[in-house]
Design a protein around this ligand. Structure first.
Ligand SMILES: Cc1cc2nc3c(=O)[nH]c(=O)nc-3n(C[C@H](O)[C@H](O)[C@H](O)COP(=O)(O)O)c2cc1C
Length: 191
């Protein structure tokens, strides 16, 4: 008998969370983890840990010379049905680590037409939000027009973050955001 090919049922959604912060107690990473914890059974959210592993972008190292970590990051993106970005603001811009990761992806084929949703862990980061929206649109991602979910975790200690993110209102908001993103991805597929 031929070996069975493992296929994902069409109803299942695999999402990749990308945090713009490498901090151990990052509010943005905490928000992505909370989204993963609140995802419905047919949605899995993997959180990429690779951004801190990528060397500084150098177009001389594209093609055959592409670093392994960059290939691995590209694979994570390729395998995801959609991307969820949570990004802090540094000096009114996108943190260098995240911009560097995106620069590596500019000339590759994993990113164009990939659906993306932005979520916010700070209501104070308007410059970074609009800069990231501009970069993602320029890279031809399909960006969900509205921010999926926003919560103000800035300056909160880990325990307080947990309290805020586990409150019924926040959990409900995160589930609604994931449901909206799910509908957006399916609509983009059939467009
Ligand atoms: C280098 C640096 C620059 C920052 N610049 C800004 C800024 O321009 N605007 C802002 O609202 N917050 C700024 N912040 C605050 C961060 O956005 C805030 O610490 C955020 O919570 C970091 O996200 P994280 O908790 O996921 O690490 C800055 C923080 C750092 C470390």
């Amino acid at each position: 008998m031929p070996a069975a090919i493992a296929r994902k049922p069409p109803s299942e959604m695999k999402l990749l969370g990308i945090s713009g912060s490498l901090r151990r107690v990052s509010t943005n990473s905490a928000l992505l983890r909370a989204l993963a914890d609140n995802a419905p059974d047919d949605v899995t959210i993997e959180i990429s840990e690779l951004i801190g592993e990528l060397p500084i972008f150098n177009s001389d190292r594209e093609g055959d010379l592409t670093p392994c970590a960059v290939e691995a990051f590209g694979r994570q993106i390729h395998e995801a049905d959609g991307l969820i970005f949570a990004c802090p603001e540094y000096a009114h811009g996108i943190p260098g680590g995240l911009k560097n990761a995106l620069d590596w992806m500019v000339s590759r084929d994993e990113i164009p037409n990939k659906p993306a949703m932005l979520v916010r862990a700070s209501t104070r980061s308007d410059h970074a939000l609009s800069a990231l929206q501009e970069v993602l649109r320029t890279m031809s991602l399909r960006l969900m027009p509205e921010v999926g979910f926003a919560v103000h975790l800035l300056g909160k200690a880990a325990e307080r973050m947990e309290e805020i993110l586990s409150a019924a209102e926040a959990r409900d908001g995160m589930r609604q955001a994931l449901a909206r993103f799910d509908r957006f991805i399916r609509a983009e597929r059939s467009a």
